[in-house]
Design a protein around this ligand. Structure first.
Ligand code: GLP
Length: 258
């Protein structure tokens, strides 16, 4: 893992967007895994500047991490709408190449199975963008999720529903179920890019990066990935015991590995 501690996620968004823009310029058919939530927004915003400067993302494919079950895709709070608003539209992706699990499907498990196949048919995800839940979830893989799980229906924890209640008028309106890429699906991506900010994430980040690999903290599975970069702001990094070491490594990174 490469752990990069930054003053703000705006700084992380710039660094990550520069790297991602190079990747896309080299391979215009890059397949991205797309996270919603506030943490990846600085990356998407920084990518907009690359697009304005000429980066063409029309042939890039996207696979959202997750979607609620129980609200319509057309609902502005759905992740389908969020991805369209934050990614597909502003970055000029071809909507036909952008996929979100069908939370409204009459048979959600069949929809989840189709999603796995679609990822395979696209050649697998090159770069999976991730946030982390305050309970350590990745996508919507809540504590207790199998570390080998595939895309499937999950029940949201009460803590996640409370965290996400800010997007709804009342807690009661927050869906109880979702379809999410599994941890095994996420781990199949060639590179993982995780963003976390704020003290509310400090405990989850410490457990994920320095705790035991355990379904108690689903994000800890990232320790088993051969190519993962984690950007955390100083607040989210507050409980990392090896924070100074991670800063030392990053500052002394040799040119050839940048
Ligand atoms: C939701 C999403 C996750 C996301 C998490 C954190 O629960 N399903 O994929 O990582 O929120 O969101 P934020 O980045 O807004 O803190």
């Amino acid at each position: 893992m490469e752990i990069v501690i930054v003053e703000s996620l705006e700084e992380a968004g710039e660094i990550a967007a520069n790297r991602l823009a190079e990747t896309i310029a080299e391979n215009p058919e890059t397949v991205l895994g797309l996270a919603t939530g506030s943490s990846p927004l600085p990356l998407y915003q920084a990518l907009r500047r690359h697009v304005s400067a000429g980066l063409n993302m029309r042939r890039v494919s996207g696979f959202a991490l997750d979607e609620y079950v129980g609200i319509a895709a057309s609902d502005e709070r759905s992740y389908t709408a969020t991805i369209e608003r934050e990614v597909t539209g502003p970055l000029g992706l071809n909507p036909e190449l952008v996929h979100v699990p069908e939370g409204g499907a009459s048979d959600p498990q069949q929809a989840a199975d189709r999603y796995e196949l679609a990822i395979k048919s696209a050649g697998g995800i090159d770069v999976q963008i991730l946030g982390i839940g305050s309970d350590g979830h990745l996508g919507f893989n809540e504590p207790g999720s199998s570390l080998a799980s595939r895309t499937r229906i999950k029940t949201l924890s009460q803590r996640t529903r409370e965290d996400n209640a800010r997007f709804f008028a009342t807690l009661e309106e927050v869906p109880r179920h979702c379809i999410t890429q599994g941890l095994g699906t996420i781990m199949d991506a060639r590179h993982l890019l995780l963003f976390a900010q704020g003290t509310a994430k400090a405990e989850a980040i410490a457990a994920a990066l320095e705790g035991p690999v355990s379904s108690r903290c689903p994000a800890s599975v990232i320790q088993l990935h051969p190519s993962a970069t984690v950007y955390v702001d100083t607040s989210a990094a507050a409980r990392l015991e090896l924070a100074d070491f991670y800063k030392y490594i990053y500052t002394n990174k040799p040119g050839w590995s940048r």
